[in-house]
Design a protein. Structure first.
Length: 259
């Protein structure tokens, strides 16, 4: 199971370098310096429209659920400080003080918007780019070989981890371990039985990977060769130009308006 899935959207045809530059750097940098909730909401809707455009599967949509839960949970920490504004509620819990005011609500919503924007941009890259294209995109930035190799192994082990956990759970289910019934605590205890087998499977994979990297000469000074080496096309150049113009336009508007 991989995060990438093939489709015919425009983003799928772009080079990995283009997507990392536009969505991973330029558009990621913009919400960091936005102070208006309206502007952040507008950018969030644009990112959501791009996410809908790539037509993700139901499983990819479900990945937004933990993102929403995490962003909401982390935003609650802003109610432990006083950002000013109209005070609606205040509770003194000893060391902690919960303050719900208009300023805290705005700051919390800004944080949620920023986090959701960054997650959507991150998903846009992962869902529309294969592991090989991401590595080749990073190589276009001139990064060292060990950096691209680390990213490649991390992306590879993400899919292998999901596959190994599913395989072990199926094997445990055949042996009588039921993961589908019982309360949350009972399911958690049963799921703990998969940790030791998954750990040993991963240790075996790590040993096999280390042997393979040694045989392929990883760590030597000689340059690695690649059979797959996609080129920057005219479509990529136009998207990079549009992203650069958008970034320059945003910098210009920021000099005259508070975005």
């Amino acid at each position: 199971m991989q995060l990438y899935y093939p489709s015919n959207s425009l983003l799928h045809y772009l080079h990995g370098f283009t997507k990392i530059l536009v969505f991973g750097l330029l558009l990621t940098f913009i919400p960091l310096f936005m102070d208006q909730l309206v502007s952040l909401t507008g950018l969030l809707l644009v990112c959501l429209a791009l996410f809908i455009y790539i037509r993700p599967s139901r499983w990819h949509w479900l990945l937004l659920v933990p993102v929403l839960i995490l962003s909401f949970t982390m935003s609650l920490s802003y109610f432990l400080s006083d950002a000013g504004g109209t005070l609606y509620y205040q509770a003194d819990l000893g060391y902690w003080k919960i303050i719900i005011s208009s300023g805290n609500i705005v700051v919390s919503l800004k944080f949620m918007c920023r986090m959701l924007i960054w997650c959507l941009l991150f998903f846009l890259i992962l869902f529309t780019t294969s592991n090989e294209d991401i590595v080749m995109g990073l190589k276009k930035f001139g990064l060292p070989e060990f950096v691209t190799l680390s990213v490649s192994l991390a992306l590879r082990y993400w899919s292998l981890m999901i596959f190994d956990v599913k395989t072990v759970m199926d094997a445990q289910y055949v042996r009588g371990v039921d993961f589908r019934s019982g309360n949350l605590y009972a399911r958690s205890v049963r799921f703990a039985s998969t940790l030791v087998p998954v750990l040993f499977v991963f240790l075996k994979r790590f040993r096999t990977t280390s042997f393979a990297l040694t045989l392929k000469g990883a760590g030597r000074k000689n340059k690695r060769t690649y059979y797959y080496n996609p080129r920057i096309t005219g479509l990529d150049k136009r998207v990079i130009l549009a992203g650069g113009l958008l970034f320059i336009t945003w910098l210009g508007l920021r000099c005259f308006f508070t975005l």
